[in-house]
Design a protein around this ligand. Structure first.
Ligand code: NAD
Ligand code: LMR
Length: 340
């Protein structure tokens, strides 16, 4: 007797039953830096997204062709191809709707994210020049650190090419949100971290990462000691992983999951779904810093609305005021890089 067909699909697992045989895949997504720690896992996650028709994997490391061959065997709709080096960047980017950039070096113990500027600033500039020339209307998700500076670098590149659209450039800070959900759920005994919401605002480095615990839902209260300990753990989540990996890199697996979830939110917005809010580091008027992470509403043009910070506790007000000079300096450093 024949066994009934089993519902064991990867798509079903990640995206629910609506992904199986659901809306036809329609988007072309590129991952730049796809042979790296984040890039490989992220590519596998994106391959499982039923909204993706084509997945283009680019890296300067030739092994990316093997990564593409590997990922292509996953039985989902997306067609996968690999691209190596400058000569193939344009072919990779042609017609892309979403470009995700995790290219660049990661931290080792003792380093700050800003210590990566010297190498990663140039990488982000080159890749964004490719985007500007080839797919200037694509949504761009920047993961490469230091995000506080690499997003302003990307903005300057697009301005230089006359194609800057603030709605389409997003620094990925979603890992901070994932960490906040996980750590708060553990501290407060919530069984399911996916149901916890904690906005994380500011930037993506040290004290510029500011979780708004006072706005946590489900509503719960925190003692001053809990606020201080949880804020510090969320701010230092990246360093916790860097130290635990002992010199072998920084967060890759959780980052890939965060980037995949964030990319899905961008694609849902592009598809016309309503009410898709996520935290991201974008051009903003929420504070005096020209780039700032808050919740943003994602839609057909990328960022349709940038939320304010909402009502802050006095602890959060103080933390915001004291982080702004560092954030502003990192933004200036990114902008100046293009003019030096
Ligand atoms: P990795 O070294 O494992 O991978 C980086 C990849 O980038 C490599 O495959 C490398 O060949 C590739 N690369 C280098 N120069 C390139 C170029 N010019 N064009 C295309 N590809 C190029 O590093 P990783 O662990 O994947 O981290 C990548 C970056 O992401 C780091 O800067 C890291 O700090 C950052 N990161 C950001 C977050 C965040 O929350 N935004 C989280 C984790 C890591
Ligand atoms: C993270 O937050 O994990 C990343 O920014 C990587 C790092 O260097 O900490």
């Amino acid at each position: 007797q024949e066994a009934p067909s089993a519902r064991v699909g990867l798509v079903d697992w990640f995206f629910g039953a609506s992904g199986i045989g659901g809306k036809r895949a329609s988007f072309t997504v590129a991952v730049l830096g796809a042979a790296g720690g984040i890039g490989q896992t992220l590519s596998a996650f994106i391959k499982a997204n039923p909204k993706v028709a084509e997945l283009r994997l680019y890296d300067v490391a030739p092994v990316v062709r093997g990564v593409a061959a590997d990922v292509s065997h996953v039985n989902t709709r997306a067609k996968v191809s690999g691209y190596v080096g400058d000569d193939e960047l344009e072919a990779c980017l042609r017609g892309c709707d979403l470009v995700i950039i995790p290219a660049g070096v990661p931290r080792k113990p003792g380093m700050s994210r800003d210590d990566l500027f010297g190498v990663n600033a140039g990488i982000v500039r080159t890749l964004c020049e490719g985007v500007a020339k080839t797919c200037p209307n694509a949504i761009v998700n920047i993961i490469s650190n230091p995000v506080n500076s690499t997003v302003p670098i990307a903005a300057e590149v697009f301005k230089n090419h006359g194609c800057y659209d603030a709605r389409k450039l997003l620094g990925v800070t979603h890992l901070d949100v994932m960490r906040a959900k996980t750590f708060v759920a553990a501290a407060k005994g919530f069984d399911d971290p996916t149901l916890v919401d904690v906005p994380v605002i500011g930037g993506h480095a040290g004290t510029t990462i500011l979780p708004l615990l006072s706005q946590t839902t489900p509503r719960c209260s925190f003692t001053p000691e809990e606020v201080s300990a949880l804020t510090s753990r969320i701010q230092n989540g990246g360093t916790e992983v860097v130290e635990a990996k002992g010199g072998a890199g920084s967060a890759t697996l959780s980052m890939a999951a965060a980037a995949a979830e964030f990319a899905d939110a961008c694609l849902r917005g592009l598809s016309g779904e309503s009410g898709i809010w996520a935290c991201a580091y974008v051009e903003s008027k929420a504070t005096r810093a020209p780039f700032f992470a808050t919740k943003v509403l994602l839609g057909r043009n990328g960022v349709e609305r940038v939320a304010g910070t909402g009502t802050l506790s006095s602890y959060e007000k103080r933390a915001l005021e004291s982080m702004l000079p560092e954030l502003e300096a990192s933004i200036k450093k990114g902008i100046n890089f293009l003019h030096s």
